[in-house]
Design a protein around this ligand. Structure first.
Ligand SMILES: C[S@@+](CC[C@H](N)C(=O)[O-])C[C@H]1O[C@@H](n2cnc3c(N)ncnc32)[C@H](O)[C@@H]1O
Length: 261
């Protein structure tokens, strides 16, 4: 069995090893947010993610399926969205395979926590802006007794916050960060369907993001000053034509590049 992180959605972000394993697979057990890509016709693809609000497979049933197919002699690829161990229950699947005596390969993927902001032009760290980022699941809302997230501490921590699974709880999350003392003017970016052609980026502040009514999952929410450093490299503004009398550019006039760029 290979547990493969497929990246945030764009098949171009699959790793070389992921492609090799997919090319040799007999069965692909696929999550809903894993990338869609062309596979050989003889590969059996089993969708185990929730679609259209319908029921999803239980974690236990997914593990049983993987084990059953592998014990039957199939090369099984468990294709997950993003990275296998970022809010993905990957370790439970590794344990199930090992308990059944099956060898397991783990292939890391580009997590949406990093890949989605990067493609949207948002650096999660930037020199002189912030030197830290924290990735948080908001699957359980602030105040839920089952949650292990200390939202007050997160608010005080500063730096960049990257929130996953937060769309349905965005107002509560913003309120919790504001209550913890984070500046209401802190910029916020909501990136829906990141890396896909349907991607949508909305910029707000911590004071206003909770009122964004249109936000749909999947989305990555970035909170922090790095949002203001965003450069949309995919849609650069057309530079103004230089004045006709402008002297020719010389090497000495070139902008300086950072020594560690
Ligand atoms: C159950 S978590 C799995 C995370 C995944 N293992 C990873 O590393 O990206 C699912 C969450 O990832 C985020 N996500 C995954 N793909 C995304 C995408 N293409 N655009 C925006 N957010 C995405 C959303 O916050 C979504 O609710």
């Amino acid at each position: 069995v290979a547990l493969v992180g497929g990246g945030p959605g764009d098949p171009g972000l699959l790793t070389v090893r992921a492609r090799q394993l997919l090319a040799g697979a007999d069965v692909v057990v696929r999550d809903r947010l894993a990338p869609h890509m062309a596979l050989p016709l003889d590969v059996e693809v089993i969708e185990v993610g929730k679609t259209g609000g319908g029921p999803s497979w239980s974690q236990r049933d997914i593990e049983a399926l993987m084990v059953e197919r592998a014990l039957a002699g199939n090369r099984v690829v468990r294709l997950k969205g993003g990275d296998v161990h970022v809010f993905a229950r990957g370790i439970e699947e590794v344990a199930a395979c090992l308990a059944a005596g099956l060898p397991v390969e783990v292939v890391p993927g580009v997590s949406s926590a990093l890949g989605v902001p990067a493609l949207a032009g948002i650096p999660v760290t930037a020199q002189g802006v912030t030197q830290s980022f924290t990735v948080v699941s908001a699957h359980l809302p602030p105040g839920d007794p089952r949650s292990t997230v200390d939202w007050d501490a997160l608010a005080r921590l500063g730096g960049t916050l990257v929130l996953l699974m937060s769309t349905a709880r965005l107002a509560a999350v913003c309120d919790a960060l504001l209550a913890g003392g984070r500046d209401p003017q802190t910029p916020v970016a909501v990136v829906e369907d990141g890396t896909l052609s349907s991607e949508r980026v909305t910029i707000a502040t911590l004071a206003t993001a909770g009122q964004l009514a249109h936000v749909q999952p999947p989305a990555v929410v970035v909170v922090g000053e790095v949002v203001a450093a965003r450069l949309d490299h995919r849609h650069p503004a057309v530079p103004a034509a230089p004045p006709a009398t402008s002297p020719a550019a010389s090497p000495a006039a070139s902008p300086a590049t950072s020594p560690d760029a």
